[in-house]
Ligand binder design. Structure first.
Ligand SMILES: Cc1cc2nc3c(=O)[nH]c(=O)nc-3n(C[C@H](O)[C@H](O)[C@H](O)COP(=O)(O)OP(=O)(O)OC[C@H]3O[C@@H](n4cnc5c(N)ncnc54)[C@H](O)[C@@H]3O)c2cc1C
Length: 501
């Protein structure tokens, strides 16, 4: 008999783990609370527009390729990837200036040199180190499960880490290379993808610049949700059984510190030889397990640094708007106080940084002919409160900023569809702790060995996968997380990406 696995949650990590285990011969059943698979990587259709609800940057194509290959599949057979050009456009607030970046050094070095004389040479030096660290990260510690400090601090990490000062804070690391506010921001903005701030994140995440400047930004035609469709199709081929609208209420425990299955909110029970939870770990622990079976105390969760939540506007516009690229970033003037309003002194950002995605610039299927699909995201503190009226007022403030900074006259009159999605929705829809969009931030004390392990401390056959365990936040990172959960389950202790299952 094949060993039976119950996977709780159909986010990227859950879907990917289902594929790996099914390919290895496990009998896999996956239970998703919502009607549609994908977790925060979701999509919906309204009035002819197709909105990706969460992720929009397809980064680290090498990790996607590795993962698909492991399943005996090719990315190109599932996703029609477009390399974006420009990769993104940056607007510096109140300056009227914007700059395009292409993930092509023959163009980007000139732009950096304009922003900071001497910056081009510095960027080359910075990226050389960033690339080297990316390679070390992938070869030595991203694909490795940690149990003790010695699993993490091998000789190379210890010596190189000290030499490169990758455990110092990101902002101090960046300041050593670049002097202008603008270029520092360009080296640091990617941290928001990791749910972190340059003032609380280890400098080892400067690898994001290699990913950004050297590897490029891609978009799967038809939308990012195509990734979920691909994982679902592969899983179906491998025999995974999917249950949607199937919220799990309880992880069932038996004797000898073992789990024996799951119970749905409907009361129906499913037996399993092992359980992998892709649902938010805080939710899994506090709602599905009794106290003696939890790995973490209430105090542990209360003292965690959460990644930002997000105030999102899904907008359908009646016509095309000039002056926007596929990805657009508007940087707040005072970076430090903007991050402080997210991490230290939670409040609705007064001078927010904004991200605007316009997939219809690249992909006709995202909007009806001649119209524009906009996804506007404001990173906010987790746990904020607001009434409907306050949310509408905040939306208005954001739209005014976009009108002014990107020069889109009458943006508000052009809107034919609008939906707001924010912290409360992240909790209600996905059971995310305190409405964080992303999970646990990548602070020094929540990285690697110090991030929740993917194996329960109390129950021998309960595992975790997804953004809240290692390596952390991001779609490709959750694919790695699935490989780590797989390794944990089959007892593989290797440090690098698997070539075969
Ligand atoms: C707005 C936004 C923008 C982002 N942008 C990017 C980007 O551009 N590029 C990128 O790579 N990454 C991006 N990310 C991050 C990336 O999307 C996430 O890190 C990743 O998708 C999280 O996957 P996960 O495996 O942790 O699962 P999640 O997406 O967290 O899914 C967990 C699943 O568990 C389900 N669940 C919860 N409770 C239960 C229960 N009781 N029973 C059954 N099921 C349950 C939930 O409904 C959910 O489907 C973004 C995220 C957000 C929110």
């Amino acid at each position: 008999m094949n060993r039976k696995v119950a996977i709780i949650g159909g986010g990227i990590g859950g879907l990917a783990t289902a594929c790996l285990l099914a390919k290895k011969g496990f009998a896999v059943q996956l239970f998703e609370k919502n009607a549609q698979l994908g977790g925060v990587c979701n999509s919906f259709e309204a009035e002819g527009f197709t909105f990706d609800m969460g992720p929009s940057w397809y980064l680290m194509p090498d990790v996607f390729e590795n993962f698909f290959k492991l399943l005996g599949e090719n990315v190109a057979d599932h996703l029609d990837l477009i390399k974006l050009s420009p990769s993104y456009r940056i607007f510096f607030k109140d300056t009227g200036q914007h700059y395009d970046f292409y993930s092509d050094l023959s163009r980007d070095l000139n732009t950096i040199e304009i922003l900071e004389p001497g910056g081009a040479a510095k960027l080359q030096e910075y990226l050389k180190l960033s690339e080297m660290q990316y390679k070390i990260a992938l070869q030595s510690f991203m694909y490795k499960n940690y149990d003790t400090v010695f699993d993490f601090l091998n000789k190379q990490v210890a010596t190189e880490g000290r030499r490169l000062k990758v455990f110092s804070k990101m902002n101090t690391y960046v300041e050593k290379f670049f002097k202008t506010d603008e270029v520092q921001k360009i080296m640091e903005y990617q941290l928001v993808f990791l749910g972190s701030s340059p003032y609380n994140t280890p400098a080892l995440y400067n690898i994001m610049s290699h990913i950004d400047f050297n590897m490029g930004v891609y978009y799967p035609r038809g939308g990012v949700y195509q990734i979920v469709r691909a994982l679902h199709n592969i899983g179906e081929k491998l025999g995974v059984e999917y249950f949607t609208d199937a919220p799990i209420d309880r992880i069932l425990t038996g004797s000898k510190r073992r789990v024996r299955g799951v119970r749905l909110q409907s009361g129906e029970e499913f037996s399993a030889d092992l359980v992998v939870s892709n649902a938010n770990i805080q939710h899994t622990e506090t709602k599905m397990l009794s106290r003696p079976h939890r790995s973490f105390s209430d105090r542990y969760w209360k003292t965690r640094t959460l990644a930002p939540s997000a105030f999102i506007l899904y907008l359908g516009l009646k016509d095309k708007v000039p002056g926007i690229a596929h990805h657009n970033l508007i940087f707040s003037k005072d970076w430090r106080s903007n991050f402080a309003e997210i991490f230290d002194d939670p409040q609705w950002p007064t001078d927010p940084s904004l991200y605007i995605c316009a997939p219809s610039v690249t992909d006709e299927s995202a909007a009806p002919p001649g119209q524009e699909n906009l996804f506007v995201l404001v990173p906010t503190a987790p746990g904020l409160k607001a009434t409907e009226k306050q949310l509408a007022k905040y939306a208005d403030k954001i739209l005014t900023t976009i009108e002014r900074e990107i020069h889109i006259p009458n943006l508000r009159e052009r809107i034919c569809y609008q939906r707001i999605f924010w912290g409360k929705d992240f909790t209600e829809r996905y059971n995310n702790y305190r409405g964080s969009a992303l999970g646990l931030a990548h602070t020094i004390s929540q990285t690697a060995l110090l991030r929740p392990n993917n194996k329960s401390k109390r129950l021998k056959n309960l595992f975790y996968v997804g953004a809240n365990t290692n390596p952390g936040i991001g779609m490709p990172i959750c694919l790695i997380s699935a490989e780590l959960a797989y390794k944990r389950i089959v007892g593989d202790k290797s440090a690098s990406h698997l070539e075969v299952l």
